[in-house]
Design a protein around this ligand. Structure first.
Ligand SMILES: *Cc1c(COP(=O)(O)O)cnc(C)c1O
Length: 306
């Protein structure tokens, strides 16, 4: 269905499994590796391609002119959607959370450069997003939920795990969680002998009963998963010096760049869980690097060493 240009542009062969070695993990006979989805494309980074691709196919199947989708000023999803639509010859409309700023964030400038038409709405109106309303406003476009949250996003995310050809050999699979769409796809692709661990980048009030667990429950039949709610660092896109230091240390030790919204918290959380003995000795972990490095551009220069 996709044009050969898009297939050439997205290189899933670059999603290598990188072993991560650390003496404190080796002492416990725990091995860790990470699937580098951040490398598949410089702009359509990480999990966003997987969560978008079946929506774009759907738009083409329905003969839509393009898509309408949603995000914040530094949204990995918006910029990925803008570029993927450009490659596919689809129009892209981006509904951005918040009033139009005097100066656009670099992510929005990029999305606009790739042809996305931006429309700003107040935070109040954004939170009660009505898909039907947007569909009425844009009858010739497919409405794609924020972050590709929904059945087609989950279906695409299920294609992530098999990129690691040895994925069945791992006892644990760990990923960052925003909407839970990627995690639901990973759970669906996992086997019963594997435990899927999600590190929430959002502050969730209740660890065992929250909107993410409800969403995942609707999209999978399986129960071999667990969401850790203790590594949000104050909430979505919040950070502190400890997180920044950890990201710089991870880069020094493993030459692995992470982002402060998702993957930085994933690496911090996994390391902390191992240190606290929450991961059994002898475990074999595969982490998912879900991309999103462009978001680090919102940090003051010099914050990160990479
Ligand atoms: C969007 C994003 C996530 C969150 O994915 P969900 O499917 O919404 O849970 C995780 N990591 C990165 C880098 C992202 O950009």
């Amino acid at each position: 269905m996709f044009s050969s240009d898009t297939y050439q542009a997205i290189d899933t062969g670059k999603a290598v499994v990188q072993p991560l070695e650390q003496p404190s993990w080796q002492q416990k006979n725990i091995t860790v590796a990470i699937l580098r989805l951040d490398r598949i494309h410089p702009i359509i980074s990480g999990n966003k391609w997987f969560k978008l691709k079946y929506y774009l196919q759907q738009a083409q199947k329905l003969n839509k002119k393009g898509i309408v989708t949603f995000g914040g000023a530094w949204s990995n999803h918006l910029v990925a959607a803008a570029y993927a639509c450009k490659l596919e010859g689809l129009e892209a409309v981006g509904i951005v959370r918040g009033e139009a700023p005097a100066a656009y964030a670099q992510t929005l400038l990029d999305a606009q450069e790739y042809g996305m038409q931006l429309q700003f709405i107040s935070r109040e109106n954004y939170t009660d997003q009505q898909p039907e309303l947007w569909q009425q406003l844009y009858p010739h476009h497919l409405v794609v939920p924020q972050g590709g949250e929904g059945a087609l996003g989950v279906q695409g995310a299920a294609d992530i795990l098999p990129l690691a050809t040895d994925y069945l050999s791992y006892t644990h699979l760990a990923c960052a969680v925003g909407t839970g769409t990627m995690m639901a796809g990973i759970i669906n692709a996992s086997k019963a002998h594997q435990q899927v661990i999600g590190i929430s980048s959002l502050k969730l009030q209740n660890a065992s009963d929250n909107s993410i667990i409800t969403f995942i429950g609707r999209h999978t039949q399986k129960s071999n998963f667990y969401i850790h709610t203790g590594y949000h660092f104050g909430g979505y896109a919040r950070k502190n010096q400890e997180l920044i230091n950890s990201m710089n240390t991870v880069f020094k030790q493993h030459h692995l760049p992470t982002d402060f919204v998702y993957t930085g918290k994933l690496l911090y959380g996994v390391n902390d869980m191992i240190a606290k003995g929450e991961i059994p000795k002898g475990s074999k972990l595969l982490l998912i690097h879900s991309g999103g490095l462009q978001g680090n551009r919102s940090l003051p220069a010099g914050t990160l060493i990479f």
